[in-house]
Design a protein around this ligand. Structure first.
Ligand code: DLL
Length: 432
C-alpha cells in the first residue's frame, strides 16, 4: 500500500533528476539567504553554480549541531520569521537546545511524509492511531499527529505518560496502531500484564516505533509480547522530525524519502564519503524545505545504504537499522560499545528482562563497564546458586559478543527506571 505511489515508486533516473533540481534550488537559496552558509561556501571556494550533478554535493561543507548552536536560536533560518508558523526544539542534554522552524508548506510536506510512513506500516482511514509520542517541543507528537490525520485515521493524541490510561484508551477506543518509542511500548506491555490484560484481546495490529535505537531482537520481543507487527521509523528534528525514513513490510531497512532528503554515508573520522553498503555516519541534506534547509547535516547516527530493488516496489534507498548514535557509544579501553549491542545479547538469554543500563566508571585510570540487568521474578526468588549461574552466562555472552570485559550486576525485577519516551541506557560516571 502506498500513499503516493508516483513518488514512492519513481524510477531511479527520474528520482535522481528531481533530486538534482531540488538540490540546486536549495543551494541557491541557502547561499542567498543564510549568511552562515554563504560564509562557509565562500571559504571553501564553492558557489551554487558548481553544483551540476548529484556527485557535486561532496563539494559542499558539512553542517553540525555546533553550527545550530552557534546560530541559536534562528540564525540558520532561510525565511523571515513572519513565514515561520511552528517552532520545535530538541531536548539538548547539555547547553542550549537545538531550535528548528517550519513554514506552512514545510508542515504540509512533513504531514505528507508521515502519511507515506504510516501507510507503509499498514495504517488507513479505517485505523485508530494512538499517538503516544510526546506532544510539545519534541517533534514526535505533532509530527506523527498531522500525518495520521492526513490519511484520515482516527487519531488519539494521548502523548507520553499516564500508562494505565493509555491502556484503557487502547481497550475502549479499539486502537489498531500504536506510535511511541520502543522502550515505552515495552513498558506498556508490563503495565498491561499488571492490569491483567491479554494483548491478544486488543485490536492492536501494528506499532510504529522510533526516536531511539532498538535491536532486531527487541523487535521480535515486542511483536511477540504485543502480538503486533513492529515497524521502525527514523527521523531527527534538525532534518524535519519523524518521517525521514520508514521500514516497509520487508523489515530489512528503512526507505529514506529521497525526493526530500539526500543521504550519504561518511567515515566519521575523515569525512570521506563511503560507497553503498559500508557502515558509517549518516549525512542528510534536505532538498524540499523552506524554513530551515540543512546542507550535509552530520547526524552522528551509524548506518549503511542499500540501493538494491525492494520487493515492496518502493525505489527509494534503504538505510539499515541504526545501530546507535555516536554520542551514546561508550568506548571501553578502545572498544566501541553500543547499548543496542548489549540489548541484542540480553534478549537471547532466557529469564532476563529487556531492561538494562550500562554504567561506565573509571577505576585506577581504567574504564570499566558494568551492565545492570533485570532478571525475571521467577529467577529472582530462586536459589542464589541459580542467580550466580545466570550472572555468569550473561557475562560470558556479553564478553564474547562485545569483545571487552564486563561486570554484570543482576538487579531486582522492576527496579530499573521505566521509559515513557526515549530510554536512558548509559550512565557515565567517569570524571573527565
Ligand atoms: O527522535 C524524531 C522522531 C520522533 C523519530 C518519533 C522517530 C519517531 P530527535 O529528538 O531530534 O528526533 O532525535 C533524533 O534520535 O539522530 C537518532 O539518534 C535517534 N533516532 C530517531 N529515530 C531512530 C530510530 C526524533 N528509528 C535522534 N532508530 C536521531 C535509532 C533513532 N535511532
Amino acid at each position: 500500500m502506498y500513499w503516493n505511489q508516483e513518488i514512492e515508486c519513481m524510477p531511479r533516473k527520474e528520482l535522481d533528476e528531481l533530486k538534482l533540481r531540488r538540490l540546486k534550488e536549495t543551494v541557491y537559496r541557502v547561499y542567498s539567504f543564510v549568511p552562515g552558509y554563504k560564509a562557509k561556501m565562500d571559504e571553501m571556494g564553492v558557489s551554487p553554480g558548481d553544483i551540476q550533478s548529484l556527485a557535486d554535493i561532496t563539494k559542499l561543507p558539512f553542517t553540525t549541531k555546533q553550527d545550530l548552536r552557534d546560530n541559536y536560536p534562528f540564525g540558520l533560518f532561510a525565511v523571515p520569521m513572519t513565514d515561520v508558523v511552528r517552532i520545535h526544539s530538541s531536548s539538548g542534554t547539555t547547553g542550549k537546545p537545538t531550535v528548528v522552524g517550519y513554514t506552512r508548506r514545510d508542515l504540509d510536506r512533513w504531514a505528507e511524509l508521515m502519511a507515506r510512513a504510516l501507510t507503509c506500516a499498514g495504517a488507513t482511514r479505517h485505523s485508530v492511531v494512538q499517538n503516544a509520542y510526546g506532544y510539545g517541543l519534541f517533534t514526535g507528537g505533532l509530527g506523527v499527529h498531522y500525518g495520521a490525520e492526513k490519511i484520515g485515521a482516527s487519531v488519539i493524541p494521548s502523548s507520553g505518560g499516564n500508562t494505565k490510561r493509555q491502556i484503557m484508551l487502547m481497550q475502549d477506543f479499539g486502537t489498531t496502531h500504536l506510535t511511541c518509542t520502543p522502550s515505552y511500548a515495552l513498558y506498556m506491555h508490563e503495565v498491561m500484564a499488571e492490569m491483567g490484560i491479554d494483548p491478544s484481546e486488543l485490536k492492536l495490529k501494528a506499532g510504529i516505533f522510533g526516536a531511539e535505537p532498538w535491536s532486531e531482537n527487541m523487535r521480535r520481543d515486542l511483536e511477540n509480547r504485543l502480538q503486533i507487527d513492529a515497524f521502525d521509523i527514523y527521523g531527527l528534528s534538525e532534518i524535519i522530525g519523524p518521517g525521514v525514513a520508514i521500514e516497509c513490510p520487508e523489515k530489512n531497512g528503512l526507505h529514506v524519502f529521497e525526493d526530500n532528503f539526500i543521504a550519504e554515508i561518511i567515515n566519521p573520522e575523515t569525512g570521506e564519503v563511503l560507497p553503498p553498503g559500508e557502515k558509517g555516519e549518516l549525512v542528510l541534506t534536505t532538498i524540499n524545505k523552506e524554513a530551515l534547509p540543512m546542507i550535509r547535516y552530520r547526524t552522528r547516527d551509524l548506518t549503511s545504504l542499500n540501493y538494491e530493488a525492494c520487493s515492496c516496489g518502493r525505489t527509494h534507498v534503504k538505510m539499515s537499522k541504526v545501530l546507535g548514535r555516536s554520542d551514546d557509544m561508550v568506548i571501553i579501553r578502545g572498544v566501541n560499545v553500543f547499548p543496542s549491542m548489549v540489548e541484542s545479547v540480553l534478549l537471547n538469554i532466557p529469564n532476563v528482562e529487556p531492561y538494562y543500563l550500562l554504567v561506565v566508571e573509571r577505576r585506577n585510570n581504567l574504564d570499566e563497564l558494568e551492565v545492570w540487568v533485570e532478571v525475571s521474578e521467577k529467577v529472582f526468588s530462586d536459589e542464589i546458586r541459580k542467580l550466580e549461574q545466570l550472572g555468569k552466562t550473561i557475562t560470558k555472552e556479553l564478553e564474547s559478543s562485545l569483545g571487552v570485559s564486563v561486570k554484570v550486576k543482576l538487579v531486582e525485577p522492576k527496579s530499573l527506571q521505566r521509559s515513557e519516551g526515549k530510554a536512558k541506557r548509559v550512565e557515565d560516571r567517569r570524571q573527565f
